[in-house]
Ligand binder design. Structure first.
Ligand code: ADP
Ligand code: MG
Length: 209
């Protein structure tokens, strides 16, 4: 048996991803609350760009809320970290630059459990910022879905209701977006879709779970 030259210190990386309205923030808050019940020291961060609902709170679309520290760049997370912190939760991770990847790896190496939540794709269905790499290096990934606003099926995409091709992100207004299944996203984005073999009305096997 090989004797490993290090002791596992308990650090790990968990990423929760999916489209808007899929419950990423709710899930992040749920994990944070459980850690707080276990009396583990948690610090929650969010990018300063995301002040949709509140300057210093992480707020879900269903109004769940938890206090957070807004940061203007990823290295600020390390600057603001307390020695006693066991868990770091970061919401809206897609808004950070690529440096967030090394910051998260450093945190995990220090033995910290990192919980990150963010959009895996932008409104065009393109992988979002640092998320693809984070999904690859994570110890645990949960890809969750919303409900398609057109057909009620499982939604993995975010549809932008207003036309503004110059900006990847329209921050400040969740009214600009809605959750869509692949079909109802791609059809309206004019992304080529194949003819449907089964009608959605007949096939409920994939209905919102
Ligand atoms: P996310 O962080 O992924 O954008 P939130 O955790 O903020 O999502 O909000 C999830 C909540 O949004 C759901 O529990 C539900 O109350 C609400 N919601 C509104 N529209 C939808 C939708 N189309 N599909 C699923 N949930 C929705
Ligand atoms: Mg959210």
């Amino acid at each position: 048996m090989v004797a490993y030259p290090y002791t596992y210190a308990g650090g790990n990386i968990e990423i929760v991803c999916g489209p808007m309205f899929s419950g990423k923030t709710e899930e992040l808050i749920r994990r944070v609350r459980r850690a707080q019940i276990a009396k583990q020291k948690v610090q929650i961060f969010k990018p300063g760009i995301d002040n949709r609902y509140h300057e210093t709170d992480v707020v879900s679309h269903s109004a769940m809320t938890v206090k957070a520290v807004p940061v203007s760049n990823s290295s600020e997370i390390l600057d603001k970290l307390y020695d006693s912190t066991r868990i770091v939760a970061i919401d809206e991770i897609q808004f950070f630059d690529d440096e967030i990847i090394s910051v998260i790896k450093k945190l995990a190496r220090r033995g910290i459990r990192v919980i990150g939540a963010g959009l895996d794709q932008d409104y065009k269905g393109i992988p979002f910022g640092p998320i693809p790499t984070l999904l690859a290096i994570a110890d645990r990934v949960d890809k969750i879905s919303a409900i398609c606003t057109v057909c009620g099926m499982s939604a993995s995409k975010t549809f932008r209701k207003v036309c503004d091709d110059d900006n990847q992100v329209l921050v400040g207004e969740t009214d600009f977006y809605e959750a869509r299944c692949r079909l109802h996203h791609d059809e309206e984005e004019n992304i080529e879709t194949l003819p449907r073999e089964t009608s959605l009305e007949q096939d409920n096997s994939l209905a919102a779970v």
